[in-house]
Structure formats: structure tokens, C-alpha cells
Design a protein around this ligand. Structure first.
Ligand code: CAA
Length: 380
């Protein structure tokens, strides 16, 4: 089994690291505090090819593999998880879904600009009463011949205000349960589509999370992805890949917190020596490093399976389940290592701790990942 990264993959990692250090680090504390979306930085990420990393260059993408995507997500998430969730949703849930399941006209019209980062996308599945229980869609898309009449509310939508293109799951035929759900491409500005309130969140505060309202929005039939009733399968299949993105985000939050902890432990003195010379701190660092390495391997393995076009649904669920727990545990310990300094904003670790929590919740809670994993185990 080969674990070596190629020259090209290493170059992507270095480019993401440089970008994160030079462009995301300055201002990250302020953006977090004021809930400011990193618009300029996301634009630069598009120019660098990070917004459509795995998309074929003929549709404006960078034509890279999923392993490179994991590496870039880790580096960007070390510094700014608000920027990386925007990147993850655009890459995994929007671009990947459109490239795999969209028709040629949809790819030309939407994917090309999304992959270049000229515009960004949002994925709209969650509702006030349909989070984990995603088949219970209340948003309706009534079939009116050559268009769908869309009505309902979506909640906690990443890129909710900054997106231009929204992939919206909605129920067309309730008698068919989840097989009656469609995935529709909705454009900002369509009559009856209103961006609702922005959420005031614990973490990833720079990410703009909104509720969305649809009131008699006429969505052309040409904007349906796949056949009639394909929407739920579309969402599940896309989320399998999305979970690699969020697992890598969790990995980056953890490894960022560990890097900060190592640097701080070498500098900070207590009882006549650096705290790094105390075994209590050394053991914390050793645990962090071991768990982070295991999380990294799970992320890379899921990405490798995806690149090999093998079934990666269980692998991505395992990567997300494990990496998000590692992110939470590592960031709590990082704050502990930093002591009083860890509790204030200037040292970054309290933000990473707040950002870590969402990785156990979005794109399927940890409990949902366990459902996906155990169903995979028991199905044969
Ligand atoms: N991959 C592919 N297909 C899947 C799947 C997977 N991981 N999980 C379920 N399916 C398919 C099933 O095979 C089934 O298809 P068929 O009927 O054709 O056989 C269909 O989906 C329905 O599945 P179930 O009968 O198992 O339905 P369920 O209601 O018992 O469970 C669930 C489904 C797995 C719990 C699903 O509802 C789920 O994944 N929930 C979590 C939703 C989620 O992840 N939301 C994240 C929101 S997006 C987000 O967070 C983005 C962001 O902002 C960062």
C-alpha cells in the first residue's frame, strides 16, 4: 500500500498553506468576531483553482484528484474554517453533484462559473423539521408542466446569502416518499425567492448561514437535476463526497490547534522550564499527534477510494465521524495547554474549539455517520 504523495499533490498542499498563512490569517479573528464572510479571500480561492478542484478543466475546474482536495482543505481549515466550509460546499456538494448528475446545458450554464469561483453555490436540504431525518421534506415542488412551483423554507444554509446558485431538494409527489423528491437548480433573483435571517453562530462565524424562503417560485423543468424523483439519491450521493470535505476540515482544525500548541509549549515557561519539557504537556501532544495522523489516513483513504471510483460511502462516514471527534478533543486540549491565554481570542485556539463543534453536526451528525457505517456493515 502506497502512502506517498505525488509532487503535484505536495505542490497543491504548499500552495494552500501559503494562501492560508498569507491571505486568511490576517483578519481571521476580526471576521470571526464580526461574522464577516471572507468574500475577497473566497474570490482569490477561485482564482487559485480551489473552488472547483476536482472539476474537469473543460468545465472550468482544476482537474485535480480528491486526495489533493483533502490536502488543500486541511491547510485552509487550519487557519479559517469559515473559508473552508464555503470551499467544501462549493466543491463537493455543488460542483461535484452538477458534474456527475447535471446535463450538458446545466454544466455549461452553471458549473463552469461555479468551478472557477466566479460565483458560488449552496446546497439546500435541511429544513426546520428535516435535519437528520432528511426524507421528511416539507418544501414542495409542484409539477406544473414546463416548470415546478416551489414553496417552503430551508434552514442553516451555508453560503446562504453569498451564493448565486442553489440546489434545492423538494417534494414533488408525497405518495412516493423519498422517491418523489427532486433536486432543482434555483437562481438568486428568481421571483418569490427570499434570503432570510442570518444565523448568529457559536463557530464558523465568518460563514454566512441563512434560512431561505420560497414562495411560488417558478423553476423551469430544465433546472431539474436527473430524472423525476432522483433528488434524494442525488442528495445522499453528493453528501457521501461532502463528508470527505468536512472530515478534512475537522482534520485541519485539529492539526492547526496542535501546531499552535507545540509552538506555545516551546515558548511558555513554568516552574523554571518550558512547558514542553513537562511530561503532562508532552503526553497531551503525543495523543493529539497520534489521533490526528489516524484521522488524516482515514480522510486520505476515503479520498483515494473516491478517486478509484470505488464505493466510498462508509469510508467517508468513518473519516467524518472520527476526524470530527479528534477536532473536538484536540481543540479542547489545545485551549488547556494555552491556559488563560487559550481562553482569549488572540491565540486562535478558542476559535478553533468553537469551530470544531459544527463538524460533529453538519453534513450528517456523528449519529447519522454511525447509521451509514452500520447499515453498510449489516447489508450483506
Ligand atoms: N449513500 C447513498 N444512498 C443512500 C445513503 C448513502 N449514504 N444513505 C441512504 N441512501 C439511500 C438508500 O439506499 C435509500 O434508497 P432506496 O430507497 O433507493 O433504496 C434512500 O437513500 C433512503 O434511505 P433510507 O431508507 O435508509 O432512509 P432513512 O430515512 O432511514 O435514512 C439517512 C436516511 C441516511 C438517515 C439520511 O436521511 C441522512 O443521510 N440524513 C442526514 C442528512 C444530512 O447529512 N444532512 C446534511 C445537510 S447538508 C449540510 O450540512 C451542508 C452544509 O451546510 C455544510
Amino acid at each position: 500500500m502506497k502512502f506517498d504523495l505525488t509532487e503535484e499533490q505536495l505542490a497543491v498542499r504548499d500552495a494552500a498553506r501559503d494562501f492560508a498563512q498569507n491571505e486568511l490569517l490576517p483578519g481571521v479573528i476580526e471576521r470571526d468576531e464580526h461574522q464577516k464572510f471572507p468574500a475577497e479571500q473566497v474570490k482569490m480561492m477561485g482564482e487559485l483553482g480551489f473552488m472547483g478542484m476536482m472539476v474537469d478543466p473543460k468545465y472550468g475546474g482544476s482537474g485535480m484528484d480528491s486526495v489533493s482536495y483533502v490536502l488543500a482543505m486541511e491547510e485552509i481549515s487550519k487557519i479559517d474554517a469559515s473559508a473552508s466550509v464555503c470551499m467544501s460546499v462549493n466543491n463537493s456538494l455543488v460542483c461535484w453533484g452538477l458534474e456527475k448528475y447535471g446535463n450538458e446545458e446545466q454544466k455549461q450554464k452553471y458549473l463552469t462559473r461555479l468551478a472557477k469561483g466566479e460565483i458560488i453555490g449552496a446546497f439546500c436540504l435541511s429544513e426546520p423539521e428535516a435535519g437528520s431525518d432528511a426524507t421528511s421534506q416539507r418544501t414542495t415542488a409542484e409539477d406544473k408542466g414546463d416548470y415546478y412551483l416551489l414553496n417552503g423554507t430551508k434552514n442553516w444554509i451555508t453560503n446562504g446569502n453569498s451564493a448565486s446558485v442553489y440546489i434545492v431538494m423538494a417534494q414533488t409527489d408525497a405518495s412516493k416518499a423519498h422517491k418523489g423528491i427532486n433536486a432543482l437548480i434555483v437562481e438568486k433573483g428568481m421571483e418569490g425567492f427570499v434570503v432570510g435571517k442570518k444565523e448568529n453562530k457559536l463557530g464558523i462565524r465568518g460563514s454566512d448561514t441563512h434560512s431561505l424562503m420560497f414562495q411560488d417560485v417558478k423553476v423551469p423543468k430544465a433546472n431539474r437535476i436527473g430524472d423525476d424523483g432522483f433528488g434524494f439519491s442525488f442528495a445522499m450521493s453528493t453528501l457521501n463526497g461532502g463528508r470527505i470535505g468536512i472530515a478534512s476540515q475537522a482534520l485541519g482544525i485539529a492539526s492547526g490547534a496542535m501546531e499552535l500548541s507545540i509552538a506555545y509549549a516551546k515558548e511558555r515557561k513554568a516552574f523554571g522550564k518550558s512547558i514542553a519539557e513537562h511530561q503532562a504537556i508532552q503526553f497531551k501532544l503525543a495523543d493529539m499527534a497520534t489521533e490526528i495522523e489516524a484521522a488524516r489516513l482515514l480522510c486520505l483513504r476515503a479520498a483515494q477510494l473516491k478517486d478509484q471510483k470505488a464505493d466510498f460511502s462508509q469510508a467517508s462516514a468513518m473519516a467524518k465521524l472520527f476526524a470530527s471527534d479528534v477536532a473536538m478533543k484536540t481543540t479542547v486540549e489545545a485551549v488547556q495547554i494555552h491556559g488563560g491565554y487559550g481562553y482569549v481570542k488572540e491565540y486562535h485556539v478558542e476559535r478553533l474549539m468553537r469551530d470544531a463543534k459544527i463538524t460533529q453536526i453538519y453534513e450528517g451528525t456523528s449519529e447519522i455517520q454511525k447509521i451509514v457505517i452500520s447499515r453498510g456493515l449489516l447489508k450483506n
